[in-house]
Design a protein around this ligand. Structure first.
Ligand code: SF4
Length: 340
């Protein structure tokens, strides 16, 4: 048994005082506690931030929203302002996990959840992410779930979040605090590719605390967005491939702007802004979507068992854009606790 000290922080200063030095921040704990039970992570202390006033949803002066870090995923998905202005985020959150987990998981924790690579959780196997320098059991092993973009010879894991795919497309900004003061991190810079340091998932420092996630105004996309998740089971499964797509169409039906992010394919949500630009000024047709999909998937490389993901991702991008062009579909249903 590994002894763990538990501290309940009364405010952000107290949480920051105890952060770092082997201590881990905990909010929902839906991933961290699993990792501790599997002996993958062994924090010396848990700093509980559920008592901090960070669970709200506020409007910003420029018409965007500020999501508190300890707000629950379900509360965020069903918040009226999120549903109305950011339907892609609602759809992505509701495509993830189970209702019970979404009720518990926090917004900040969703960004920090770790890969579901089987070998990362199996402490009997080598894994550079769990133990730097030990090797990667996935390379040459079971790779059905693994990356086709942005992988390295040190790690081929994918980021598991659905919510983060939407946040990437929405160009969210992560607000963090440390003893050095506050700073903001563009979402595209928050998660890392593995390169030769796969044990470092994000650009968040050990002594930093996520306080909020800012959503810039995105009303122009609200009428034409879709989140398409393809997985091995209909619910409670991570994406083989997912696509968050948003279109801003002018009065002639031509594309004024497009945002597309992929999940399940890389160590971070995958975006290629140059591919999105290919749609601007054109009618939203299957041919133009196919061209965008090829550009988005440029350089994709399978590991054998996951080669199918390349064709699957191409088709998923086209389908997600077709759905977005047809109009946003409300997947919230009438029941708050409906199955995903
Ligand atoms: Fe570990 Fe990454 Fe290799 Fe999985 S893919 S075994 S997480 S190093």
């Amino acid at each position: 048994m590994n002894p763990v000290t538990y501290l309940r922080a009364a405010d952000a200063d107290q949480a920051l005082h105890h952060a770092g030095d082997g201590a881990r921040i905990i909010a929902g704990g839906t991933n961290l506690l699993d990792l501790m039970k599997e002996d993958v992570m062994r924090p010396a202390a848990l700093v509980d931030i559920n008592g901090l006033a960070l669970d709200g949803v506020e409007q910003t002066g420029n018409g965007g929203l500020l999501l508190g870090a300890t707000g629950r995923n379900a509360d965020t998905a069903y918040h009226p302002l999120v549903r109305e202005q950011y339907p892609l985020l609602t759809a992505a959150i509701l495509a993830g996990a189970s209702p019970q987990i979404r009720n518990m998981a926090s917004n900040g924790g969703n960004l920090l959840q770790r890969t579901r690579c089987h070998y990362f959780y199996d402490v009997a196997t080598p894994c550079n992410k769990r133990q730097p320098g030990s090797g990667c059991a996935a390379i040459g092993g079971l790779t059905r779930q693994h990356a086709i973009l942005g992988a390295s010879g040190h790690c081929i894991a994918v980021h598991p979040s659905d919510m983060c795919v939407a946040l990437a497309a929405l160009e969210a900004v992560v607000h963090v605090r440390s003893a050095r003061g506050p700073r903001q991190i563009a979402f595209a810079d928050f998660h890392r590719l593995p390169e030769d340091q796969p044990h470092i998932d994000t650009t968040l420092a050990e002594d930093e605390l996520i306080t909020h996630i800012e959503l810039p105004p995105a009303a122009q996309f609200a009428g034409h967005s879709s989140y398409l998740k393809l997985r091995d089971r209909a619910s409670y499964a991570f994406a083989l491939v997912s696509v968050g797509a948003m279109l801003d169409l002018d009065h002639n039906g031509k594309v004024r702007a497009a945002r597309i992010a992929l999940g399940g394919v890389a160590h971070k949500p995958w975006r290629v802004p140059a591919a999105e630009q290919l749609l601007v000024g054109h009618a939203p047709t299957a041919d133009s979507f196919a061209h965008v999909a090829s550009t988005l998937l440029f350089g994709a490389l399978g590991q054998g068992q996951n080669d199918f993901k390349i064709a699957l991702a191409r088709r998923a991008v086209v389908r997600a854009l077709e759905l977005a062009a047809a109009g946003t579909y409300d997947n919230t249903g009438s029941e708050r606790d409906g199955s995903d």
